[in-house]
Design a protein around this ligand. Structure first.
Ligand code: MN
Length: 287
């Protein structure tokens, strides 16, 4: 299987910043504000993972959002969400909540466990200007509903968004064309996975178990666990060669090339639109 002829390399490795959000949840912010232009259309990626309840138990009480999409992927643990539209759902092991905040809503994301491990990711995906004030929408995708493909080399690919090895993911998006896959390598060193990525799309990956090499025509670049690798632009895909039992998420999308204006949980195109978002929230127009 040699379908990638010009493989992307690693532009740089990112360690992320340990921080707290919500009511005191400890997390690592991998994609931070300074990378929003470079990784357009993605605005944020947080990794959370702890078996100490004090690190997660306070959760994310009621807070608003406007202007983008949030994609929460739970590796371990249970989180209940409720929003101002009357929707409620339970996100658990291997499941995804995909929420289009559109013109705005208020929601909470609270752990539904008092002990054990809580591990997962929250990704923010921008909306094009014309859709920022759309009707809010969300979908809870249980683990069993996430399409999976096992390559001939026995790499399991969970296709949350986009497409991989001819399998279409749980979600597709017209303007940003996101790819979001969770790859599980087998119990054997040196197994290779290829993934096609359009040359104009921005791409990055995060290794959450094990370690892998990003393989190019030149020297490979090692990406250890708990590192995000920003992939160079261009080429037709990426080639990964991993240690046994490595797990990583790989994310790519088509840049919007629109101005980004952010104030906390609101992401619009101009300062005026942010001021309007704050006014609308204070006036109770987000529910
Ligand atoms: Mn939220």
């Amino acid at each position: 299987m040699n379908t990638i002829s010009h493989a992307r390399g690693v532009e740089r490795l990112v360690r992320g910043q340990d921080t707290q959000d919500g009511a005191g949840v400890r997390l690592t912010r991998l994609l931070s504000h300074d990378l929003q232009q470079r990784l357009d259309p993605f605005l944020m990626l947080d990794a959370f993972g702890s078996d100490k309840p004090d690190d997660y138990i306070a959760g994310f009480p009621n807070h608003p959002h406007r202007g983008f999409e949030t994609v929460t992927y739970m590796i371990a643990g249970r989180m209940r969400h409720r929003d101002s539209g009357g929707h409620e759902g339970l996100l658990q092991n291997g499941g995804v909540q995909w929420m289009t905040t559109g013109r705005g809503l208020v929601h909470s994301e609270m752990p539904e466990q008092e002990e054990g491990a809580m591990e997962g990711f929250q990704l923010w995906l921008n909306l094009p200007a014309k859709d920022k004030l759309c009707e809010p929408w969300y979908r809870d995708i249980q683990s069993a509903e996430i399409p999976e493909v096992t390559t001939p080399e026995q790499v399991l690919v969970r296709v949350i968004a986009g497409a991989s090895h001819d399998v279409t993911g749980a979600v597709t998006r017209e303007h940003t064309e996101p790819l979001y896959v969770d790859v599980h390598f087998p119990d054997q060193d040196g197994v290779v996975l290829e993934q096609a990525i359009p040359s104009s799309h921005h791409a990055f990956l995060y290794v959450y178990r094990g370690g892998l090499d990003v393989v190019t025509a030149g020297a490979p670049t090692a990406v250890p666990a708990q590192r995000m690798a920003i992939l160079s632009n261009g080429g037709d895909g990426v080639v990964l060669r991993a240690q046994a039992n490595t797990r990583a998420i790989l994310i790519a999308g088509k840049p919007l090339h629109e101005p980004i204006a952010q104030y906390g949980p609101f992401v619009m195109n101009t300062r005026e639109e942010l001021a309007q978002a704050v006014d609308d929230f204070r006036a109770g127009l987000m529910g």
